[in-house]
Design a protein around this ligand. Structure first.
Ligand code: GDP
Ligand code: MN
Length: 377
C-alpha cells in the first residue's frame, strides 16, 4: 500500500510529506493535529485510482479531517474496502509528473519512465500519447549517472524549475529500486511545488520476493499483501501459486514446466485455473497441500498433475500422489502425466489406483486434452 511504499522511500531518502497511518476516525484526526493543516486523507488499498473514487480528500481543519476520514473508512474502491488511512500534510501542487523504474527483462536493463503528464494512470498516457513518456534504459553495471539523469529529465520536458530536484529524486529512486530489491518503484504524482520543491505524493512499490532473505525489515509487510483466498492458503503452505480464472487446476514440478502446462492447456482450448509449482519435492504432504489449494477454487472442474522426474524419482512422485489421494478424495477428476527419471516405476505404482476419476496419460499433450475435456463435461 502507499504508506508502505513511502516507508521504503523514506529509508532511501526520497522526499515525501510527513504523515501517519490511522485505522479509526479519532486516529486520523490525531495524525492531522500532529502534522498540521491542511492535510490530505487517503484511502490505503491495493489499487490505484483512489483519487477519482473519492478516496483522497483535502481537509483544512479538524472538522473536515473527521468528515473525510468518516467517509473514506469503509468505502469500497474497485472491490477493496478501506480499513486503513494515511493522513499527511497537504502539498501545494504546481505540476504533476510520473516517474518509475522496472526491470526490462528482454533488454536485460532497468527501464525508467518519466512523463510530464503525471497524476493519471500511466497506461492511459501510454495509450493516448506514448511520446509523452521519456524512456531510459539503465545498464545495471553503470547505474544512473548525473548526465544521464539530466538528459532524461530534459527529454521529458519537465518545468525548468523542477530540473535539479527531479535529477536528485530520480537518482535516489533508482538507488531505492536497486538496493531496495524492488520489481517496481513508481511515483505518481511526482510533484513540483510552487516553491520549487520536487517530491513524491504517491508511492507504489513491488518487492522482489527472492530477495526477502536480505531484507528483515520486510517482515513488517507480511500479511498485508493483496492476496485472494486461494493465494493466502497457498502461501501458508509454502507453495508457489498464482490464481487464474479458468477451470483446469494445474500442478507441476518446476516453474518452467508449470508455465508450459498453462500454455498447453490453453492451446488445446482449456482455461487454466492456476499456476502451481510444487518445486523439487513431490511428497504426499506437498501433493496433498497442492490438491487442497486447487480444490478450494470452486471453478475447478478437472486437475492436471504434470510431473517430470529429475532428482525426484517417478516412484516417489507416484507414492506422493497415491498417499495424497488416499487422505481425501478430490471433488474433481485428475489426469496425471508422469515422465522422466523412473517414470515406468512410477506409472506401475499409479496403475492400481487409476479409475474414471484418476487417469494417467503418457504425454503432456494427451494429458492436457483429457483434462480439458473432463473440465468441459
Ligand atoms: P491515486 O489516485 O490512487 O493514484 O492517489 P494519489 O495519491 O496519486 O492522489 C490522487 C490525486 O490527488 C493526485 O494526483 C493529486 O492531484 C491529489 N493529491 C494527492 N495528495 C495531494 C496533496 O497533498 N495536495 C493536493 N493539492 N492534491 C493532492
Ligand atoms: Mn497516484
Amino acid at each position: 500500500m502507499e504508506y508502505q511504499g513511502k516507508q521504503v522511500f523514506a529509508r532511501h531518502g526520497i522526499e515525501t510529506s510527513p504523515g501517519g497511518v490511522a485505522t479509526t476516525v479519532e486516529q486520523a484526526v490525531a495524525v492531522a493535529e500532529r502534522v498540521g493543516y491542511p492535510v490530505v486523507v487517503k484511502a490505503q488499498v491495493h489499487t490505484g485510482g483512489r483519487g477519482k473514487a473519492g478516496g483522497v480528500k483535502l481537509a483544512a481543519d479538524a472538522a473536515e479531517a473527521r468528515l473525510h476520514a468518516t467517509a473514506i473508512l469503509g468505502l469500497d474502491i474497485r472491490g477493496h474496502v478501506v480499513k486503513v488511512l494515511w493522513v499527511e500534510r497537504a502539498s501545494e501542487i504546481a505540476e504533476e509528473y510520473y516517474a518509475s523504474f522496472t526491470l526490462d527483462r528482454s533488454a536485460k536493463k532497468h527501464l525508467g519512465m518519466l512523463s510530464a503528464e503525471g497524476g493519471v494512470e500511466i497506461e492511459t498516457v501510454a495509450a493516448s500519447h506514448p511520446e509523452a513518456i521519456a524512456r531510459l534504459w539503465v545498464d545495471p553495471t553503470v547505474g544512473l549517472t548525473d548526465d544521464m539523469a539530466r538528459t532524461w529529465v530534459s527529454a521529458a520536458s519537465l518545468h525548468p524549475a523542477a530540473t535539479e530536484g527531479a535529477v536528485r529524486i530520480l537518482q535516489t529512486l533508482y538507488r531505492c529500486y536497486v538496493e531496495g530489491d524492488c520489481d517496481l518503484a513508481e511515483i505518481n504524482p511526482l510533484i513540483l511545488t510552487p516553491a520549487g520543491e520536487v517530491k513524491a505524493l504517491d508511492a507504489k512499490v513491488s518487492l522482489d520476493e527472492n530477495a526477502a532473505f536480505r531484507h528483515p525489515e520486510w517482515e513488517a509487510f507480511a500479511g498485508t499483501e493483496d492476496l485472494d483466498e486461494r493465494e493466502r492458503l497457498a502461501q501458508a503452505r509454502d507453495l508457489q501459486y498464482v490464481g487464474l480464472d479458468g477451470t483446469v487446476g494445474i500442478i507441476a514440478n518446476g516453474a518452467g514446466l508449470a508455465m508450459s502446462t498453462v500454455d498447453v492447456v490453453s492451446q488445446v482450448g482449456g482455461t487454466p485455473a492456476n499456476f502451481l509449482d510444487i518445486g523439487g519435492g513431490a511428497s504426499a504432504e506437498v501433493m496433498a497441500a497442492a490438491l487442497e489449494v486447487i480444490e478450494s477454487d470452486e471453478r475447478v472442474r478437472a486437475i492436471f498433475i504434470n510431473i517430470f522426474g529429475g532428482i525426484t524419482r517417478g516412484e516417489e512422485v507416484a507414492n506422493g500422489i497415491v498417499q495424497a489421494l488416499g487422505r481425501s478424495a478430490p471433488r474433481s477428476p485428475i489426469v496425471i502425466r508422469l515422465d522422466g527419471t523412473n517414470a515406468d516405476e512410477g506409472r506401475a505404482i499409479l496403475e492400481p489406483h487409476l479409475s474414471d476419476r484418476v487417469l494417467s496419460r503418457p504425454t503432456m499433450l494427451e494429458a492436457a486434452r483429457e483434462a480439458v475435456s473432463l473440465a468441459g463435461r
